[in-house]
Design a protein around this ligand. Structure first.
Ligand code: NAD
Ligand code: ZN
Ligand code: ZN
Length: 365
């Protein structure tokens, strides 16, 4: 028996989400029905609404979610009814070479990006028409059906609003610092763009003992938050930004992270790091956004420029770790939540995000 679920639906050509009811099928073999507890409002959802990326549509938005397992399909053994789970927006196939060698973040068998379940189907329909859960999650909905490999059990003590953020911004930020950049204690870092993802990067830099930690954002409120999460210096973007970073770090940062998704700020990253430094692209620009860099300066400086997708997260390993760090008081994810909202207030949350406001809005169901 399928069920109706109130959801925020995107159709191309309009920035406003339609709040309507979608039909959610029973969980097929290998999938799980989740009653959503909370869904974060992430910059990646905003890219979709603003037409930056092409997706199958209509799309039930949201990919930063957590909730309770309501029912399981045949053969599901990892989770059981009543478990608290964080949803992963990249479910590994568990069979390809990358997956079996422990590098599921570069899995070649996942259909997450097509917004499909492993068998190529979708669990959602809208007025008799197929609908697609964004990144096979679709967390801006009371119910979702996701693959077993995309629902990771966590301790029940972790509140859903916190758990939802572990599902994208926190895992992405932590993973960019720990898994991808490999930041060591006592080394310097600069973070350009301190929204939900950039602040999560700062939280992780603080945890691993980076110093100094320089936060750069246009919005004063974000810089105040950055300080609270451990930034030692805050700057607003200007022509003299690279000089200022070089002055504060004694010759350039060891690590630089871009967490906005703008071509020009990505292009400026190599100028912020010292010789031998590492620049990490975390922000995602619109499709077809080539960048231009000074290749000679990059090579002669022995600098690296790398991309970071989901912080190379292995959900089954990293979500429980992040949940434990939160419970131990070492990762203040709750402080990232600036606004708790209802599903009806989601369009306002995106408008605020476009103005550069709010650390993170979280929809609570
Ligand atoms: N790589 C990944 O796996 C991954 C995962 C999640 C999100 N993202 C991407 O990360 C980016 C940020 O996401 P978010 O949820 O934090 O968004 P957000 O809107 O909350 O944060 C963006 C921040 O950038 C600031 N900003 C905008 N223009 C600026 C400029 N010129 N200089 C300095 N600061 C500026 C804004 O004030 C805001 O604080 C998006 O592109 C999103 O798609 C990537
Ligand atoms: Zn996200
Ligand atoms: Zn795989």
């Amino acid at each position: 028996m399928s069920r109706l679920s109130r959801a925020a639906v995107h159709r191309p050509g309009t920035r406003d989400l339609d709040l309507t009811s979608v039909e959610v099928a029973d969980p097929a073999p290998g999938t799980v029905l989740v009653r959503m507890g909370a869904s974060g409002v992430c910059g990646s959802d905003r890219h979709v609404l603003d037409g930056d990326w092409t997706l199958p549509s209509p799309t039930v938005m949201g990919h930063e979610g957590a909730g309770t397992v309501e029912a399981v399909g045949e053969g599901v053994t990892d989770v059981a009814v009543g478990d608290s789970v964080i949803l992963s927006w990249f479910y590994p196939c568990r069979r390809c070479t990358a997956c079996v060698s422990g590098r599921s973040y570069v899995c070649t068998g996942s259909r997450s990006e097509e917004c499909l379940l492993p068998d190529g189907s979708t669990p959602l329909s809208l007025d008799g028409e197929k609908a697609f859960p964004y990144l096979s999650v679709g967390s801006m909905s009371e119910y979702a059906v996701v693959p077993e490999a995309g629902a990771i059990r966590i301790p029940r003590e972790v509140p859903f609003d916190v758990a939802s953020l572990i599902g994208c911004s926190v895992a992405t930020g932590f993973g960019a610092v720990v898994n991808d950049a490999g930041v060591e204690a006592g080394t310097s870092a600069v973070v350009v763009g301190t929204g939900g993802v950039g602040l999560s990067i700062i939280m992780a830099l603080q945890l691993v003992g980076a110093n100094p930690i320089i936060a750069v954002d246009l919005n004063e409120e974000k810089l105040v938050a950055a300080k609270a999460f451990g930034a030692t210096h805050t700057l607003t973007p200007s022509d003299g930004l690279a000089d200022e970073v070089h002055r504060l770090t004694g010759g350039g940062a060891a690590y630089a992270f871009e967490a906005i998704g703008r071509v020009s700020t990505i292009e400026s990253l190599p100028s912020l790091i010292a010789a031998g430094g590492k620049a990490v692209i975390v922000g995602l620009p619109p499709e077809d956004s080539p960048i231009s860099i000074d290749a000679l300066a990059l090579a002669e400086g022995g600098k690296s420029l790398i991309g970071s997708n989901y912080g190379s997260t292995v959900p089954g390993r990293d979500f429980p770790r992040l949940a434990q760090l939160f419970l131990a008081g070492r990762l203040p994810v709750d402080q990232l939540i600036s606004h708790r909202i209802t599903l009806n207030e989601v369009n306002e949350a995106f408008e605020a995000m476009r103005r550069g406001e709010r650390a993170r809005s979280v929809i609570v169901f």
